[in-house]
Design a protein around this ligand. Structure first.
Ligand code: CMC
Length: 434
């Protein structure tokens, strides 16, 4: 990746009676950055930024978020336009290659992904090692990491061809693995991919078809799944993407890196929030119980949070949440569940929270997870699969960010510093003297 940073007038920092000139750079849009790489060597201090709230870890040309304005762009294209007009595989091509494909490029890419969807036959035996009641995310973490044991011919990270093959394999095989995790949990036989189906239809079929009867894909639900995946495809340097980059910075192979991203995504503050949001809506149960729930959320002594609300970066309505809300209504209409009690609770909860001083003053708006759980449940997915679907969609973002890092000559192994507040040096005390 060629750097596109533009130099701006430098900043001056006075520290330890020394003046340091710190270079300042501008990107194409968004805030400028202060380059502190020489801060320790020249000033003998570190920066302190737990949670990386003000720290840029890399230069990237993939995704842009303006959290105050509620803007999300993939390679410059607004998320709402992509959700309206594009397909998930076209978005995958865009994220991975930087430009929208022409018809020939898209045809070739779709074929390439389609013909990588099958898994090595030996791979299926892995699933049997898990308990039937294992969480599908536990199965995902284990099996995706195991891909590196099956596809040795795409683990040489210094070979661009192998990197591309690994990327295509991951995008192609994730739905097959996810569907197997689902089927294993349900105690049903695995369903193999079919090359005549498009990506979302194939995934729905692998999840819901059973040998006892024919399965007909509902095109509206397939399109809904496609849009869900577009909305989740990338989100710049979030926790799981940063995990993938950090794992990759040591030279780990792409399958191992994506497995680390899946592990991070699982947490309820990140990808696990869609599962947690639905559980919360179920727990509230009815519109009448909302005031009591809101009281508990606002109680400083309680650690109850309104799941599906708030975001580290968005301090305005999450643009993905708007598209997700629309999708949710379409899906519920299609499956005849418009009087779903959880939807009623969600709509009312959103209304109350958007007008409540506690949420308004903290800029807490619905995020994408608020409506995605209800949508996925209406499509037939159990709660435990929600984060798995997020992982399937986010794989392209992880792999595009990993590839960008591999092509960036300025990247080094990730190695944050710390401020140590433990015991200073002291001598070991023999056991009988303690
Ligand atoms: N419900 C109630 N209060 C909240 C919430 C919430 N969901 N989120 C933040 N707050 C309050 C928090 O208590 C704090 O209040 P105070 O200043 O009085 O102590 C203030 O808002 C700032 O919170 P924070 O924890 O410092 O904010 P953060 O930027 O570190 O956290 C977050 C971001 C997403 C972890 C958090 O908003 C949260 O836990 N949300 C619920 C989980 C969720 O929906 N996560 C999905 C994120 S979107 C999907 C993804 O990208 O992975």
């Amino acid at each position: 990746m060629d750097s596109k940073l533009t130099k701006k007038p430098s900043a001056t920092l006075t520290i330890n009676n020394k003046q340091l000139e710190l270079p300042v750079y501008a990107g194409s849009v968004g805030p400028d950055v202060v380059d502190i790489r020489k801060l320790y060597s020249d000033g003998k201090v570190f920066t302190y930024d737990p949670g990386f709230t003000s720290t840029g870890s890399c230069e990237s040309q993939i995704t842009y978020i303006d959290g105050d304005e509620g803007v999300l762009l993939y390679r410059g294209y607004p998320i709402d336009q992509l959700a309206e007009h594009s397909t998930f595989l076209e978005v995958c091509y865009l994220l991975a290659n930087g430009e929208l494909p022409n018809p020939e490029e898209l045809k070739r890419f779709v074929k390439d992904i389609t013909y990588h969807t099958m898994l090595h036959a030996q791979f299926d035996r892995f699933f049997e090692g898990f308990r039937r009641d294992a969480h599908p995310m536990a199965i995902m973490v284990g099996t995706v990491g195991a891909l590196s044991a099956f596809y040795h011919d795409s683990t040489d990270i210094d070979d661009p061809v192998q990197r591309t093959v690994a990327s295509h394999r991951l995008i192609a095989k994730m739905p097959t693995i996810a569907a197997r995790a689902f089927k294993y949990h349900a105690g049903q036989p695995f369903v193999s991919p079919r090359n005549e189906l498009d990506y979302p239809s194939n995934f729905l079929r692998m999840c819901f078809a059973v040998p006892a009867e024919d399965y007909k894909v509902n095109p509206l639900l397939a399109r809904a799944l496609d849009v869900f995946m577009i909305l989740h495809a990338d989100h710049e340097q979030n926790a799981s993407t940063s995990t993938v980059r950090l794992a990759g910075s040591s030279g780990a192979n792409p399958f191992a890196c994506i497995a680390s991203g899946i592990a991070c995504l699982w947490g309820p503050a990140h990808g696990g929030a869609n599962e947690a949001a639905l559980k919360m809506l179920e727990q509230i149960g009815a519109v009448d119980n909302i005031p009591d729930f809101i009281r508990r959320v606002k109680d400083p002594k309680s650690d109850v949070r309104l799941m599906g609300f708030g975001h580290r970066v968005y301090k305005n309505y999450d643009p993905r949440a708007k598209a997700m809300q629309k999708l949710c209504h379409q899906v519920l209409k299609e499956v005849g569940a418009t009087d779903n009690p959880m939807l009623k609770v969600a709509v009312e909860l959103e209304k109350i929270a958007l007008n409540d001083e506690y949420f308004v003053s903290r800029k807490l708006y619905p995020n994408i997870d608020f409506y995605s759980g209800i949508t996925l449940r209406a499509m037939g997915f159990p709660t435990s699969m929600f984060t798995v679907l997020f992982a399937v969609a986010r794989t392209v973002g992880w792999i595009a960010q990993w590839t960008e890092m591999m092509e960036d000559s300025s990247q080094k192994i990730g190695r944050p510093r710390q401020v140590y507040t433990g015991a200073p040096k002291r001598d070991y005390l023999a056991l009988d003297k303690r």
